[in-house]
Design a protein around this ligand. Structure first.
Ligand code: UTP
Length: 463
């Protein structure tokens, strides 16, 4: 009778990956079973294709037509009303991607547990939980929240929510599921090991979230709840407003939108800003990464001085459930794979130890779904209102810059409500402010609230 080893060895040898079994005889029975689990989970035909891609030279960038500004939609009262109707009908779900590795931030835990707000240090997950609860309250519904984790941080994320009582949300309306992984390769296209009994894998990128929605049953759960639209956002921008009714209405009802996938953008001001931009190429909306724009394209300006390509991607998208079903009809999201060359610890069975080595990882990006839409529009929103990313431990896009931007947004909202906010002669804010979503979801919602006339210099205030 063929052993488990025999049934695996042949197919692995056939695709040139038999080396992952070379140390089989040195493994304990438990380790062998563990390695078999990893190997059986592989789609070998796909592994062969990926290995081929690792070995292929990086394809030259397709010389498409020059990128033009994407179609944009200006928000009208009718579009706001359309979005409000969707929310009131319970047709909108919030979807945060909170997997990934958070390498640059270096926080010891899921990124969503990072203390982000300037006064009370609320974790990112709490910021969004409060926003989701406040939107639900405003429209008289419960907005279901889907939280994509990674296999590495899934358990810790669930424990965190449980320990905090789901931040007041009904437990049944917070749905967790881990994203998928892809095998990590050596530069020669060979599968790598993370340990004697484990294949090396990496999270499959935020684009993997579409596959994970289907495989986890979350998409079916949305259908069962009557959800038709998904408000997608990333966990590392505490100012993100994915459930904004104008945005949702534009997505579902604007003439420039096919209702499949719509994006928010903030205006890029400097040509060298490291943010992807929305562009229209060959009639399709897409994101061009900053590294893929030529210096001339990045710096091109309109007659009024605005950059031509200035619609910066803040990773807030609305997607219809039907569109995600269409994209994943083959069982996984039909999106391109991006290859990244990195260094990381891998297990070398010939010496029986882990050592750093060159690796090749694949990832999918969610914005690669944009060109698949018949018509995908971009909604420009105020940067100061909606963008304060936490990516790096220090410097640009760090906790410090994010706290400052959050405080500035609160100051602007309070000033608009008639509160005197202290600033120095240069305009720098002289206090630290925080406004919870329960207090106000937007500047207008501060009207009628009990507010101080002024804030003293040096004050720290959480409303
Ligand atoms: P980033 O691209 O900033 O990646 O993710 P990251 O893993 O958080 O951080 P670095 O690059 O290792 O420093 C943007 C958003 O997409 C999610 C992250 O949780 C974050 O909300 N993401 C990213 C995933 O959910 N899965 C992934 O595989 C990658």
């Amino acid at each position: 009778m063929p052993t488990q080893l025999d049934t695996l060895r042949g197919p692995l040898d056939a695709i040139g990956q038999g080396h992952v079994l070379a140390h089989w005889a040195q493994l304990t029975a438990t380790q062998q079973a563990r390695l078999v689990d990893d190997l059986q989970a592989l789609d070998l035909a796909w592994v062969a294709e990926l290995a081929e891609q690792v070995r292929a030279p990086k394809p030259p960038q397709a010389a498409g037509a020059a990128p033009k500004p994407p179609p944009t939609v200006a928000i009208t009262p009718a579009l706001v009303a359309a979005g409000e109707a969707l929310l009131r009908a319970g047709q909108v779900a919030a979807f945060v991607v909170a997997g990934g590795q958070g390498t640059r931030l270096g926080h010891p835990g899921p990124k969503g547990t990072f203390p982000a707000t300037p006064v009370t240090g609320k974790p990112l997950f709490q910021v969004f939980a409060e926003q989701i609860a406040a939107v639900g309250q405003r429209y008289g519904v419960t907005v279901p929240w889907y939280v994509m984790t990674s296999p590495q941080n899934d358990a810790e994320t669930r424990v965190f929510f449980r320990a905090h009582g789901y931040f007041g949300l009904p437990q049944a309306d917070v749905v967790f599921f881990p994203q998928g992984t892809l095998p990590t390769f050596g530069p020669d296209g060979r599968l790598l090991l993370a340990g004697p009994d484990r294949l090396a894998t990496n999270p499959d990128g935020h684009g993997g979230s579409l596959t994970a929605l289907v495989r986890s049953g979350a998409l079916a759960d949305m259908r069962a709840r009557g959800v038709t639209q998904i408000a997608y956002f990333q966990v590392d921008n505490p100012l993100a407003q994915p459930l904004d009714p104008g945005f949702l209405g534009a997505h579902a009802a604007a003439a420039a939108s096919s209702g499949e996938m719509t994006s928010k953008a903030v205006r890029k001001v400097a040509p060298d800003e490291r943010v992807g931009v929305f562009a229209q190429i060959d009639g399709r909306t897409q994101v061009v990464e900053y590294s893929d724009l030529s210096p001339a394209q990045a710096a091109a300006r309109r007659p009024d001085g605005r950059l031509v390509l200035d619609a910066g991607n803040v990773a807030v998208h609305a997607l219809s459930v039907a569109f995600v079903e269409h994209l994943t009809a083959g069982g996984r999201a039909d999106l391109p794979l991006h290859r990244a060359h990195k260094r990381q610890p891998v297990y070398d069975p010939s010496v029986g130890a882990v050592a750093e080595a060159a690796v090749v990882k694949f990832e999918q990006f969610v914005f690669d779904a944009l060109p698949r839409c018949a018509a995908s529009a971009v909604i420009e929103v105020a940067r100061a209102d909606e963008f304060a990313p936490i990516k790096n431990a220090e410097g640009a896009d760090s906790p410090a810059t994010s706290r400052q931007l959050q405080s500035e947004r609160a100051a602007a909202w309070l000033a608009a409500a008639g509160v005197a906010v202290p600033r120095d002669a240069g305009g720098a804010l002289l206090c630290t402010l925080e406004i919870a979503a329960a207090t106000a979801l937007d500047a207008a919602a501060l009207a009628g609230q009990p507010l101080p006339d002024h804030i003293p210099p040096g004050a720290t205030l959480a409303l």
